[in-house]
Design a protein around this ligand. Structure first.
Ligand SMILES: [Zn+2]
Length: 244
């Protein structure tokens, strides 16, 4: 058994479209039931580095289907999760300016502020995913600071709680961006595909994207040798993709 590794899971949208950001709701339900049946500790993001063998669950972008599909299942199992919302787009759609127009990403509704606040009230953590979902490395120092701070303040006002977690859009987190984020947040997550390691940088946390874990075999393989082999393979493929 290699149950000592911890990881942070990334979900985006729960829907049946089959897109690269979509997990079918039935698959999500089965995954959560499996974690519960196995007794895998599911912990809040701010405790993941201190809990060997645990899983933290995150959702990027704050889609409305989180509220309707994921939240009831999470509450049923008493699993905590962190939802990273885009402050300037709550109640709208995921049509921010940096969204690719290649139709690989479906246009989807985002949670309203009322739904964000209700999610917080039933125990979910609300994290910040900027105000407008830009590539942070492309911004001036002033605009970078504004993207980090403006949405953090707005979310805090809306939910009446401190917001100390952040997700870098597109995993775009070079050193100067991480340094800026450290001025406002205690924890920040990337899209780098990996398990946590002892001493992982709190402002540069790797995650495992649910897209790569859709099959039952690979999801359950998080806790056996298959998982490691598979993730090495996926990392290799991702490097190849970035080169083309
Ligand atoms: Zn995003």
């Amino acid at each position: 058994m290699t149950r000592r590794r911890s990881c942070i899971l990334t979900y985006h949208s729960l829907d049946d479209s089959g897109s690269v950001i979509s997990t079918p709701p039935a698959v999500f339900r089965e995954q959560m039931e499996w974690l519960a049946a196995e007794g895998v500790p599911v912990v809040p993001l701010d405790r993941i580095r201190d809990t060997p063998g645990a899983i933290a669950i995150t959702f990027d972008d704050g889609f409305r289907n989180f509220f309707h599909q994921a939240l009831p299942i999470l509450v049923e199992h008493r699993f905590p999760a962190t939802v990273f919302v885009v402050g300037g787009f709550c109640g709208g759609w995921n049509d921010w300016p940096s969204q690719p127009t290649d139709h690989l990403i479906p246009k989807l509704e985002l949670m309203s502020w009322q739904e964000v606040e209700q999610s917080s009230r039933v125990g979910m953590s609300i994290g910040c995913h900027t105000a407008t979902h830009p590539f942070l490395s492309s911004l001036s120092a002033t605009d970078l600071d504004d993207e980090l701070h403006r949405s953090q303040s707005e979310i805090e006002q809306r939910i009446g709680r401190a917001v100390d977690t952040f997700a870098y859009p597109y995993g775009d987190a070079p050193p100067h961006v991480r340094k800026a984020a450290s001025g406002y947040f205690r924890f920040a997550v990337t899209t780098r595909l990996d398990f946590l390691k002892p001493g992982s940088d709190a402002l540069d946390l790797p995650r495992l994207d649910a897209y790569y874990l859709r099959s039952r075999l690979w999801f359950r393989g998080l806790y056996n040798g298959y998982g490691t082999a598979y993730l090495s393979l996926r990392r290799g493929l991702r490097v190849v993709r970035q080169m083309v």
